[in-house]
Design a protein around this ligand. Structure first.
Ligand code: DGL
Length: 262
């Protein structure tokens, strides 16, 4: 593995740019390649077999690009595909869900709430991963089927704030010490969530995750030594124009950087 090689990031769409953004704040000199699987978006309501198929295809793409690591920025892929793909590639794989769960399981807390997509909640992966390391923590997982659409500003015949408040009220009855925003899009709802509960209650997995990646790359002597700022590339499986448009909510793509169709 070459420390000068790029790092791949993938998600079903633009949501994983929230992870890329946190990553770039901490490791600005790494070269990155981002892949948004817009053709198959959303992942949240797909079967496990479908998610494994999509994830393998993207990881094969990154293998051809010669990456040193891939960040699975999507919680649903981490929950449903990571276990099936993790031994098939030579590069390092960083799944957001497992890394976040590991850090949370070492916190001095008793009850953790998780908001995530239907697929992630059905898999029970957050509960499994957290209690594997700390069986004393109780985990309550809840799916929020409207929240990705709220962030993407898609048309919905509901009041977004009322929907968010009602889910949060239900979760607060569990009296959680922390709530994981376990979907790439949900951290963008923090301004609404914090109208009804303190900010310190919420965990954005990306914040925890990128610190973990940094230390792991360091331990494996894989940090890029260059000091001039990393190169960025973007690929999508469909709809480059739509990606560029939606990406603005999540990330500032530099002028002149194109969105390539993979
Ligand atoms: N990126 C997905 C996740 O983190 C959410 C969006 C989708 O359903 O595709 O679970």
């Amino acid at each position: 593995m070459d420390k000068h090689s790029p790092i791949g990031f993938f998600d079903s769409g633009v949501g994983g740019l929230s992870v890329l953004s946190c990553f770039k704040n901490i490791l600005p000199n790494e070269d990155t390649i981002y892949y948004g699987d817009l053709k198959n978006l959303p992942y949240g309501d797909k079967s496990q077999a479908q998610i494994i198929g999509y994830s393998k295809k993207i990881l094969d793409f990154f293998e051809n690009q010669g990456v040193k690591a891939v960040v699975i920025a999507c919680n649903t892929s981490s929950a449903l595909a990571y276990e099936s793909v993790k031994d098939h590639y030579d590069f390092k794989l960083y799944p957001v869900l497992q890394s976040c769960a590991k850090v949370v399981s070492s916190m001095p807390i008793k009850r953790v709430g998780v908001f995530a997509t239907e697929g992630t909640v059905k898999s029970g992966a957050y509960a499994k991963e957290i209690t594997k390391n700390n069986p004393d923590i109780q985990v309550r997982e809840m799916s929020c089927p409207n929240w990705v659409k709220i962030v993407e500003k898609l048309v919905l015949d509901i009041d977004p704030e009322a929907d968010i408040k009602s889910k949060l009220d239900e979760m607060l009855q569990f009296n959680p010490d922390k709530i994981i925003l376990g979907c790439t899009h949900y951290p963008f709802l923090t301004p609404i969530l914090t109208k009804f509960a303190p900010e310190a209650l919420f965990i954005n997995p990306a914040d925890i995750f990128v610190e973990f990646i940094k230390s792991d790359l360091g331990e494996n002597n894989l940090l890029n030594p260059k000091t001039t700022g990393g190169k960025e590339e973007f690929y999508v499986s469909a709809n480059p124009e739509g990606f560029k448009d939606h990406a603005k909510i999540f990330y500032r793509i530099n002028e002149g950087v194109g969105i390539n169709l993979a």
